[in-house]
Design a protein around this ligand. Sequence first.
Ligand SMILES: Nc1ncnc2c1ncn2[C@@H]1O[C@H](COP(=O)(O)OP(=O)(O)OP(=O)(O)O)[C@@H](O)[C@H]1O
Ligand SMILES: [Mg+2]
Length: 291
Amino acid sequence: MNTQAQKLKEIVDKANVEHNSLKTKVLAITSGKGGVGKSMIASNLATSLVRRGYKVGIFDASIGLANLDIIFNVHTDKNLLNVLKGECSLEEIVIKIEENLFLIPGESGSEIFNFESHDIYRQLIEASDFLDTLDYFIIDTGSGINQNVQTFLEHADEVIVVTIPDPTAITDAYALIKIASLLNENLNLIVNATENEKEGRFIYERIAKVAENNLENPLFLNFLGSIDNSRIIAKSLKLRSRFTKSHPNSIASYQLNEIVDNLIFQLEHQAPASKQKNSFSLFFKRLIESF
Ligand SMILES: Nc1ncnc2c1ncn2[C@@H]1O[C@H](COP(=O)(O)OP(=O)(O)OP(=O)(O)O)[C@@H](O)[C@H]1O
Ligand SMILES: [Mg+2]
């Protein structure tokens, strides 16, 4: 660890001692292949959690491509990198989408870990102060598995892998699961754009079986559920709305809510050891320690 990272770690440690609301659950939503519905799931998962009374932050860590800002229909020209560089404060980049729902525009380039300015430390503490008030912090990682995505997967409380029934997406999902299982032995799967529930479960069982037969390390692959191919979803994304809001009684919303029920159940029944992973400042600390 370099001296700057060491200094930052000390400050974050101090902030942790001063903090008493260490409870933020970090969820990482990821996929092998792009375009499988991660941002659609992240935004609607966030919306469903907010409806249940939770305070939720959603962090767009995908590079380049406009993503969550489009879905939420907001404009951003600054992101977390600008905060880390000391060019603006976190308050200036956090976008309040609605009551209890905040978007943090991210940037997954490795530049984010080049701590250059002393201002960064102050900014990060501010960041963890705000983010520790959240119940859930959802990271839309973007597709593929670069070093930063791996770091997010390693330190998240729950990793959610998304795939679609397409054979190349399944192959890519499996390749991702293989690497992710080295980082986190609890993984969750959502099968998106299915014909029906049966297809989703069938794909889960196939992936789980291949994993069981081929992976050397232990892996608990939990099936969170499937979301059918839906005109409402496609239309909502075009209209820049979220189907869980615009069509709360649709099949898509029902399926998404079942996924949220399963996710909450999964979080409540985790092994006690993994429950220590629970605040943004701790999350940041874990990120820093791994560099
Ligand atoms: N269940 C579904 N039914 C119909 N269309 C869907 C469904 N899920 C996703 N889509 C469509 O697929 C497209 C990709 O979805 P989304 O942007 O959420 O994927 P992504 O995994 O975030 O992509 P990227 O890897 O580029 O970030 C969207 O335009 C959306 O219209
Ligand atoms: Mg996306």
